[in-house]
Design a protein around this ligand. Sequence first.
Ligand SMILES: Nc1ncnc2c1ncn2[C@@H]1O[C@H](COP(=O)(O)OP(=O)(O)O)[C@@H](O)[C@H]1O
Ligand SMILES: [Mg+2]
Length: 285
Amino acid sequence: MTDLLKVQALSVRYAGALRPSIADVSFSLAAGEVVGVVGESGSGKTTLGLALLGLLPQGTKVHGSALFERAEILGVSERELRPLRGTLLSTIVQNPATALNPSFSVGSQIVALLRRHRTLSKSGARSLAIEWLDRVGISEPEKRMGSYSHQLSGGMNQRVVIAMALALSPRLVIADEPTSALDVTVQAAILRLITELIDDSGSSMVLITHDLGVVAQMCSRVIVMKDGAVVEAGEVDQIFHAPRSDYTQHLLASQPSHSAPAKPMPTVSASEAAVAKSTEEHGHG
Ligand SMILES: Nc1ncnc2c1ncn2[C@@H]1O[C@H](COP(=O)(O)OP(=O)(O)O)[C@@H](O)[C@H]1O
Ligand SMILES: [Mg+2]
């Protein structure tokens, strides 16, 4: 099968930095596949995601290649990249507050996104936006169209961000710690939502996380990063059961729920889900 994404010898050095933040990173991703990127804080995970999205700050030196559907996306001008970003290639960021504009209602932001990339009437875009709010589990979606992000909980805002990331049926989603800014009570539900929607759409995903339990639950393959380099990569089952590098062993041993990677994470019970939902509705997420 042809790779949807093929990253080769990717290195990134921020302006003024003494050494690269990531060096010689290579991996590939098939259509429909979910690959996890794990590693402790500072290992270069976010830098990798930003490089693929073309969102590194100006003055950053980027070397190597990233072919997306066989087209080079590294070193491409903003003008060429912009139509791609958000449509074929999209992102779910860690903190929904950075992705949503506080001055516009969430509904108008989804409508604007849809109309920027699709030929849709205002009312057509509005219906589609409502449909997406419903799909991401937002109750009374029509009413919520007029809400501003400050009126919604973190969990609800992240649901809006997920709707925006997926509404244009991207081929590849890059999710950078998509639940770590959220209340723990809603994290499992949001992860399950992402998994379901990605599954339904047949999109591929690069899932950046420091949580190996999340990788066990959501990914088929994993890339382990340390100090900007890939220390180990392969099938999740294989790496979790027989990690080759000391660093991966250390990561596995230091997970809070050490047993989680070996077996699927317990599914949230109905009562827990109800608690999570009411917490979200009341804005503590
Ligand atoms: N804008 C930046 N300028 C300079 N250095 C940065 C910048 N962003 C991240 N770094 C450095 O790059 C390294 C990797 O960071 P990051 O990609 O954020 O790691 P992670 O997401 O795994 O925590 C760290 O040493 C960090 O300090
Ligand atoms: Mg990060």
